[in-house]
Design a protein around this ligand. Sequence first.
Ligand code: G3I
Length: 404
Amino acid sequence: MIISFVSCSGGGESPDNATDTDTADTTEAATEAQTAEPLETETEAPLPELGAAEFAYEDNAPSLAEEFKDFFLVGAAVNPDQFASPKSDTYKMIKKQFNTLVLENASKPDAVQPREGSFNFDVMDRFVRFGEKIGAVLRGHTLVWHSQCPDWFFFDKGEAASAELVLLRMNTHITTTVSRYKGRIHTWDVVNEVFGDGGGLRDSYWLERVGDHDGDGDKYDFIEAAFYAARAADPDARLIINDYGLETNTNKANTAYRAIRDMMKDGVPIDGVGFQMHISLGTNINTVRQNMKMFAKLKDINPDFKIEVTELDMSIYEWNENSTKEFDATLQKKQKRLYRELFELFIELSEEGLLDSVVFWGISDGNSWLNKSDRPNYPMLIGREFRFKDSYFEVVELARSKKQ
Ligand code: G3I
């Protein structure tokens, strides 16, 4: 199966205030972006021998993007220092391993519009130029979130802002941001984490201030308005509702499913659900399977509907675990097994036309948000110094076996 994606290259106005080293060589950029999608007529180069390279940035290393290209895109959340220099190993590694990218923090509301009317697109512009240069499908994270969103959205001269004012500000933020990258950012996490862990909608300023503004009996109004604004700003962008715990918290997944179904039935332009997938070694794969498959039913409402994996990592600790432990042979084996089961499920979902994008939240163990100053973590496929882990080879071998 060959998946075809909307090209993110060219089109739209150019974010021309970038100052990084990637600005030169637009010919190479255009060529690479145009050739990023696999062509059915292409002659396949032999896949690299596993183990021949020690580091994930080496020329003769395997590539996750390449290995899974018949099934789904493989991506990562990145930070600007990681793509500042094309000569760095980090830059080379990202370019080699991933074909879809998102910024970990720099496209959130507090970074983009820290004060009302004061937009800062410097990092996003650099990100888009970098992504296009290496031919990656680009994602925007996120437009509406209760966290990393400045308080000015919700106050008016020290008092609670009216629903109309909050919606106006939200609309301005979305319209300005999405239209700037029209045709270039392929997918937006329009709203993030709007569902509560115990069911229902999450309590937030967005929910509190806007509430049931249209008087129809539900409080989805800020979510609906966000999707309509994003659709108007870029009619071709894929619009995602993104959340954590949907893969394991069945109560939350049921709530989210019903709310999304109802909004889609009302015509709200939701193109997909993002499963963040911050999981751990104790995660039950059967629950993940059941919850992901439940959302497949939304395809009956919109045949183009997809589920996506948007922030994948696999902590060696459970959420309530405070101890520190070695990532020893037993845990490595456990991780290898769970990553295999997970990628088997992803391949199955891709073959059913339900999933076409799997994004890691970080690029390697050393760069993950899960590391604490006194407690390192090992949640990714690529290890520190960009060394391959057993888990990496396990999923690559799985991909190869599925293609035979
Ligand atoms: O940039 C400042 C730095 O100047 C300062 O010295 C330092 C001191 O703490 O903080 C730095 O900012 C931190 C920022 O990450 C950049 O490293 C913030 O404190 C920290 O809160 C922030 O954490 C981010 C977190 O979202 C915020 O909620 C994580 O990096 C980021 O990985 C995480 O990403 C979220 C997704 O957006 C949504 N899903 C869950 C996921 C993981 O929590």
